[in-house]
Ligand binder design. Sequence first.
Ligand SMILES: C[S@@+](CC[C@H](N)C(=O)[O-])C[C@H]1O[C@@H](n2cnc3c(N)ncnc32)[C@H](O)[C@@H]1O
Length: 319
Amino acid sequence: MSTALAAALQIAWERRQPLFENSETNAYRLFSVGEENVRGLSADRYGQLAVVYRALGKRPLSDEALSEIADFYLAQTNINSVYVKDVQSDRSHAQPTAARHLGGAPFEGDSIVSENGLSYKVSPLESFSSGLFMDQREQRLAFRKESQSLEVLNTFAYTCSFSVACAVGGAKVTSVDISKRYLDWGKENFLANGLNPEDHEFFPNDTIGFLKGASKRGRKFDLVILDPPSFARNRKGTFSIKRDAEDLLRLAGQVVKPGGKLYFSSNLTEWNNDSLSRLMRITLPQARITHAAPLPLDFQYEEHPVSRILAVLNPGRRP
Ligand SMILES: C[S@@+](CC[C@H](N)C(=O)[O-])C[C@H]1O[C@@H](n2cnc3c(N)ncnc32)[C@H](O)[C@@H]1O
């Protein structure tokens, strides 16, 4: 392995030592996009499995470099299997790719990982997204701590990891996602944490359509979570965060109780927290922006970290 790459892997590994000491979490980003100026490489850990992502760009990592990266991870305690996935450099439009075994024990299908003591089913080899976006780990924990007796709406819920964290914290949660398959996976995550999905609501709907209906019915929530994709196709059309963000925020604002909170997050690489705050101020001038949870340690070196803001709506109007 080139000395520079070996040194970068070692630095990234040592940085994450505080995370490795937390026995309640075993899913991390092991190497961030752009960390230590390494181009075209990132990696995640799911329990004993490491998945290396090779960006297909101008000069993708060679197969030789990949097998040396695998040796590096296999030499560490707690990792016994390494796979690689090729990804498009533009991650927001990444297509699923088949994972290839690089070394160690073969990995079978799904597994359950732990995050701050909660269990999530992941399918790390199936497609680009494994079922758990680890960069929201601290935010899930923050919501869990403040959820007691709240009514929460989690839109673009995917596999319901925010929903599970809030439900464990004592909230009644409504999860909305256009994909029934992902909501079914979400229900498995509820069950994996001893929660009965029947105590909560799941709507396989378009978020904008759901928000319009909820607003008409006067339905309101203490916390609304908006963590949409940058771009997605569905049977009726497309969702584009750039095109739809203002509508989405205005509609979401209508279903937040006075003094309730709105969380808005985006992985669009050209946006940052200031862009999100600006959008929030334009669409919901009554909102007071407060602090979202900090990025987890393993994502602090990411070239384009997810942006996220938390706002209190109609502050001062809480009865
Ligand atoms: C990037 S994931 C969202 C991550 C999720 N918030 C989380 O915490 O893990 C994108 C999700 O948005 C869903 N989705 C895409 N377009 C949608 C739409 N118009 N309405 C509702 N869900 C949508 C997809 O099915 C997918 O589950």
